[in-house]
Design a protein around this ligand. Structure first.
Ligand SMILES: *[C@@H]1O[C@H](CO)[C@@H](O)[C@H](O)[C@H]1NC(C)=O
Ligand SMILES: *[C@@H]1O[C@H](CO)[C@@H](O)[C@H](O)[C@H]1NC(C)=O
Length: 354
């Protein structure tokens, strides 16, 4: 008998005081940091410390996983597998080593990095603060990206303010997301660690510089600049591009690393996503692969892309329903300052996979 769901439920009951309301949302089960803590209970080191002594960090990790999951669902909303958190699907996806597995791992790790880093900046974590490091003045390698009003020569600015502490977020995410797997170094683990890192780097390597002007009436005689994370949507878009171009890899001869499957394919960089198993087509429900099938999914009858009915419905065909939808129309601006609209009925066609 499979005891795992029981164990997970038990674990969640035990830890609910720490995670607050999170245990209540059933869909979070698969991606719950408490499961990681529970699995590695007998481990020592940094991970055990976080699990036992740093509940506020753990809370940010939970938020980060949820942020990653939401972004995954946004990026995959039109795909056959739509990053559903339904346990019977996501659990299977995470046990495999397909492109989808790689994306889920990367975006989840990125979410954790992002949430922990942000919590440092907002002062929610005692363990860290924002990045106040005084860097070399006017570092020419990192010029401000936003030219000030009334242009000024590079160099008339300095680091200051409260930058995002990406170092802390990076290492905390590494300690938590990578640590449970250090013992076993099989192919799946190598791939997972690589994709986790690609997720973290999708933030760390794309930090921005933001500046603020000082001086009399906006004269901007001095600027203060700091480093800031990109918006998480940008991180999601970037990782989705890496998903589209993900490289299939095979174990190398020494078994301690991987190489591209085809000899002519260039080795993946640290930023690339990799995978070792081909994905199922996700057309029909399948318990083994975690596919839920696409019957009943909304599709776009005129699009040639993945969201188009032809591809999304796997050639089974689709039904189109005509409905009317209430929309705002004939909006007028009334001086001052009000906008009045009427309600109109607009024809709308909805296509659904057979
Ligand atoms: C995701 O797909 C499943 C089954 O394929 C469907 O039940 C669910 O409504 C979809 N979710 C969204 C947000 O479209
Ligand atoms: C459907 O696809 C077409 C062509 O790609 C696009 O112009 C249209 O906006 C899409 N419709 C919806 C509802 O997304």
């Amino acid at each position: 008998m499979d005891m795992r769901p029981v164990l997970v439920a038990l674990c969640l009951l035990l830890v609910s005081p720490i995670t607050g309301h999170w245990w209540a949302s059933g869909s979070q089960l698969v991606m719950d940091p408490m499961v990681i803590c529970k699995k590695t209970r007998r481990l020592k080191g940094r991970l055990a410390e976080i699990c036992k002594k740093e509940p506020t960090v753990l809370k940010e990790i939970t938020k980060g996983m949820s942020l990653g999951t939401k972004e995954c669902q946004h990026q995959f909303r039109n795909r056959r597998w739509n990053c559903t958190t339904t346990r019977r699907s996501l659990r299977k996806i995470l046990m495999k080593d397909t492109r989808e597995t790689g994306f889920v791992n990367a975006i989840t790790t990125a979410g954790v990095t992002f949430a922990v880093t942000r919590a440092c900046s907002t002062g929610e974590l005692l363990e860290c603060s924002c990045d106040k490091a005084v860097k070399r003045k006017g570092n020419p390698r990192m010029p401000p990206e936003h030219p000030a009003i009334g242009s000024m020569a590079d160099g008339d600015w300095e680091w200051g303010g409260c930058g995002d502490n990406i170092q802390f977020g990076y290492s905390m995410s590494k300690a938590f997301m990578d640590a449970p797997h250090r013992k076993r170094r099989d192919m799946k683990m190598l791939v997972k660690l690589h994709n986790n890192d690609a997720g973290r780097l999708a933030i760390r390597n794309f930090m921005r510089t933001e500046c603020k002007c000082h001086g009399l009436s906006g004269s901007c005689t001095l600027r203060t600049c700091w480093r800031k994370m990109p918006p998480f949507r940008d991180v999601g878009n970037r990782l989705k591009e890496r998903f589209d171009g993900a490289a299939k890899v095979i174990p190398s001869n020494d078994g301690r690393s991987f190489i591209p499957e085809g000899p002519t394919i260039k080795p993946p960089s640290r930023l690339d996503l990799v995978y070792s198993e081909d994905s199922p087509d996700f057309c029909k429900p399948n318990r083994k692969t975690g596919s839920l099938g696409t019957q009943g999914r909304h599709c776009n009858a005129t699009s040639p892309g993945v969201e188009g009915c032809e591809l999304l419905c796997c050639g089974r065909g689709f039904d189109t329903y005509h409905t009317k939808e209430k929309v705002n129309c004939q909006c007028r601006f009334k001086w001052c300052c009000e906008v009045t609209c009427s309600t109109c009925l607009e024809k709308k066609a909805i296509s659904i996979c057979r």
